[in-house]
Design a protein around this ligand. Structure first.
Ligand code: C5P
Length: 208
């Protein structure tokens, strides 16, 4: 039986790290679905197209190659902001969700992380995890990551960005960020990423 692990949660909650660790542990392919929205946004920005033209955005989304997604190229803060705007458009979501479902439909299974995996993309996933953490702490982690990497950052600005992105992702009409009814909640402000990994393993192994 295929093992499909759906991981959702707000920005900078640690779901990407958790998803990578679980994929390595269970030997499954992993898709960071945020990159598909980021790649769509970048394609629009690069082409000089407006971010609010749904027809063009949907066309760009339909052309995204899942094999060519590179976080290093897509990590810029402006791309994340643009992605969360593009992600509110239903036609963009239809195109990307179709590609994400194809990725999940393998014999062995897959790990997918994003905002709507347990609720929309893979409602029949074997295990659903909702990874969250206090907003200020998530902003602090993002800040430490940038400064730790030699960059310059303004904490207050990052904190405002995190709150704005949460509000946009949770408040949109189409596929808002929320835990699926059958999701297991993991709060990484209380336990840290390694403990969250161990807790997730225990939950997943309990379903096998
Ligand atoms: O997770 P990441 O910051 O890379 O995602 C960028 C944006 O893409 C999010 O703020 C969200 O608006 C959108 N997204 C989404 N559904 C997903 C994954 C990401 O709407 N499954």
């Amino acid at each position: 039986m295929a093992l499909v692990i759906a991981i959702d949660g707000p920005a900078a909650a640690g779901k990407g790290t958790l998803a990578r660790k679980l994929a390595a542990h269970y030997g499954l392919p992993h898709l960071d679905t945020g990159l598909t929205y980021r790649a769509t946004a970048k394609a629009l920005l690069d082409a000089g197209k407006p971010l609010d033209d749904e027809a063009i955005a949907a066309e760009m989304a339909g052309a995204i190659d899942l094999g060519g997604l590179d976080r290093a190229v897509l990590s810029a803060h402006e791309i994340g902001e643009a992605a969360s705007k593009v992600a509110a458009m239903p036609r963009v979501r239809v195109a990307l969700v179709a590609a994400q479902r194809r990725f999940a439909e393998t014999d062995r299974g897959a790990v997918l992380d994003g905002r709507d995996i347990g609720t929309v993309v893979c409602p029949d996933a074997t295990v659903k995890l909702y990874v969250t953490a206090d907003a200020e702490l998530r902003a602090r982690r993002r800040y430490d990551e940038i400064v730790g990497g030699g960059g310059v950052a303004d904490f207050a600005e990052i904190f405002e960005d995190v709150k704005r992105r949460d509000a946009r992702d949770m408040g949109r009409k189409d596929s808002p960020l929320r835990p699926a009814d059958d999701a297991h909640l993991l709060d990484t402000s209380k336990m840290g990423i390694e403990a969250a990994f161990q807790a997730a393993r225990a939950i997943i192994d309990g379903q096998l």
